[in-house]
Write a protein that binds this ligand. Structure first.
Ligand code: DC
Length: 230
């Protein structure tokens, strides 16, 4: 049972390139909820590891650096600004260097524990939340009132990523992006801790043939229907 004017957590999980972030952000705005991008937190940890020249195998070093960085958000900004060592970290988290190592960083058990703890602390302060990632409905918020799982074919996801990167002024090779996406899925689905899975009780949305606007409409409709039924 839930009401849309009460504390409510909505989770959106799924692989890269399904449009999760922009859809989650728009859904949050439509429902008057806060928006949490948990991928940005793992990307921030990867960026800090790169800055400190830590090797991917140095789990203790990466976790210590991420803890020190106090990864969080400035909620006065829209979307909330990613904070690392008290400073806003911008689009650097989307760089090719960060993207290349982030899945490996996100596979570090102790780092995931730290991030899960932070995400729950954020939800305690922002109890009306749309949160997106890979493990939000399965591990972090298993009691969330509404859970979505967004999916799309690798080809469609590669095309979408290519458009995003072009907008950031990066050169793209769509075939290479597709291979990268497949490899990243495998890594995200295969890890022992917090793997990418379709959470029990989640609503599956295949976004391959849908526009961003159609996906947002669909999610909003589903949430409002569930709230009316509750
Ligand atoms: O959604 P994204 O591409 O910004 O995510 C970056 C990486 O972080 C990706 O490899 C998956 C990982 N991730 C994760 O393991 N758990 C989350 N809750 C969010 C992201």
């Amino acid at each position: 049972m839930f009401r849309l004017d009460q504390p409510i957590v909505i989770t959106i999980d799924g692989p890269a390139g399904t449009g999760k972030s922009s859809v989650a952000r728009a859904l949050a705005a439509r429902l008057g909820l806060d928006f949490l991008d948990t991928g940005a937190m793992y990307r921030a940890a990867a960026a800090v590891a790169l800055d400190r020249r830590l090797s991917l195998g140095d789990h203790a070093g990466i976790v210590a650096a991420a803890r020190e960085a106090e990864i969080g958000f400035d909620w006065s900004l829209d979307p909330p600004g990613l904070l690392v060592f008290g400073e806003i970290m911008g689009e650097r988290i989307r760089s090719a260097a960060v993207t290349a190592i982030v899945s490996g960083v996100a596979g570090i058990r102790a780092l995931r524990e730290l991030m899960v703890e932070r995400q729950r602390a954020i939800a305690a302060k922002h109890p009306r939340l749309v949160t997106e990632g890979r493990d939000q409905g399965s591990v972090v918020f298993p009691d969330a009132k509404v859970k979505f799982y967004l999916d799309a074919s690798p080809a469609v996801r590669a095309e979408r990523r290519a458009r995003q990167l072009e907008e950031l002024g990066q050169k793209v090779d769509v075939a290479a992006l597709r291979e990268e996406i497949i490899a990243r899925d495998k890594s995200d689905m295969g890890r022992v801790d917090g793997p990418l899975v379709r959470p029990a009780g989640s609503i599956l949305i295949d976004t391959s043939d849908k526009s961003r606007e159609q996906v947002i409409e669909e999610l909003e409709r589903q949430v409002r229907e569930l709230a009316a039924r509750a």
